[in-house]
Design a protein around this ligand. Structure first.
Ligand code: A2P
Length: 295
């Protein structure tokens, strides 16, 4: 399986990353160190996870050179206005203790506005936000830019603007429960990489994922663990995969991926894509917006 993918910028992004969403204080730093020790060279974080300072400290203490680690962060919804972007990025850089990011993503296709649920224009067409991100690349603060939680319609909206740099990646929920074959097809046709968050099904559903009959059968046949089967299948589909764990043994386990024989890959692909999609995350209601963020 590929250990890296090459982006349009020429940069090589590692195919398996440690996800640190929901990794708590006093746990996340240890998890980052365990991951680097296990061979991970990609940490997927965000400003809103409130753990960037601890991640940064662990990166420095690990002794692994900065340039050997791929660091992704994300622009939170409240900072989409062009004048708010550079300060938000600077805050992430200061917390992480670095002067550049390998990847910076628009976290959600939603621009929050003071006193209102959202800014309609900027949410509908985030081109001004994107132009500012392009400027951050020109300034050298960020090497690559992309988006997260965008569906095909929103990707088409954004990329119909005269972009200087196209989004390199789109990070979305992808697992056995929501394998997103249409989005994957679109991404491949448009030279964009997809990144899979909650690849094991996300907290509370991981047990179910690891018990899926096909996953169990393949694990048994290949002498892999069920988690390794799922993560391997996702990398084999051409995705960057972001399993979250703060447990050292699982961190090691999740990094050991290997190609499934074609017929077993097909078996799992078929099982995953022949049931109705069951997304885990949809914050539209919680955010009080009058539309579905995935419509
Ligand atoms: P923990 O962090 O306590 O180790 P996802 O990446 O789909 O969001 O899943 C994250 C959840 O899955 C976390 O609760 C994490 O627990 C758990 N997890 C991560 N890796 C494994 C694994 N290899 N086996 C079982 N559970 C795992």
């Amino acid at each position: 399986l590929p250990s890296h993918y090459t982006l349009p910028s020429g940069d090589k992004i590692p195919s398996v990353a440690l996800g640190v969403w929901r990794a708590r204080p006093n746990e996340v730093g240890k998890a980052v160190k365990a991951a680097l020790k296990a061979g991970y060279r990609h940490i997927d974080g965000a400003w809103v996870y409130r753990n960037e300072a601890e991640v940064g400290q662990a990166l420095r203490e690990s002794g692994v050179p900065r340039e050997d680690v791929w660091i992704t962060s994300k622009l939170w919804n409240t900072f989409h206005a062009p004048e708010d972007i550079e300060p938000a990025l600077d805050d992430s850089l200061a917390k992480l203790g670095t002067d550049y990011l390998d990847m910076y993503l628009i976290h959600w296709p939603l621009a929050k506005k003071d006193g209102k649920p959202y800014d309609k224009d900027l949410t509908h067409n985030p081109y001004p936000t994107w132009q500012k991100l392009e400027e951050m690349v020109e300034k050298g603060k960020v090497r690559n830019i992309g988006v997260s939680n965008f569906n095909i319609r929103r990707l088409e909206n954004l990329t119909s603007n005269p972009l200087k740099i196209r989004p390199a990646v789109n990070q979305v929920e992808i697992s056995y429960w929501i394998p997103q074959p249409e989005l994957l097809q679109w991404a491949k046709e448009n030279d964009m990489l997809l990144e899979a968050y909650s690849p094991l099904g996300s907290e509370g559903r991981v047990r179910d994922t690891l018990k899926v009959r096909e996953v169990q059968e393949i694990a048994k046949e290949l002498g892999m663990t069920p988690a390794q089967v799922v993560i391997s299948w996702l990398v084999q589909r051409g995705l960057v995969v972001l399993p979250k764990s703060v447990t050292p043994a699982r961190i090691v386990e999740n990094f050991q991926v290997s190609a499934l024989p074609q017929e077993l890959f097909d078996k799992l692909e078929k099982a995953a894509t022949s049931h109705k999609p069951y997304p885990r995350l949809n914050p539209s209601r919680g955010w009080g917006i009058d539309f579905d963020i995935f419509d």
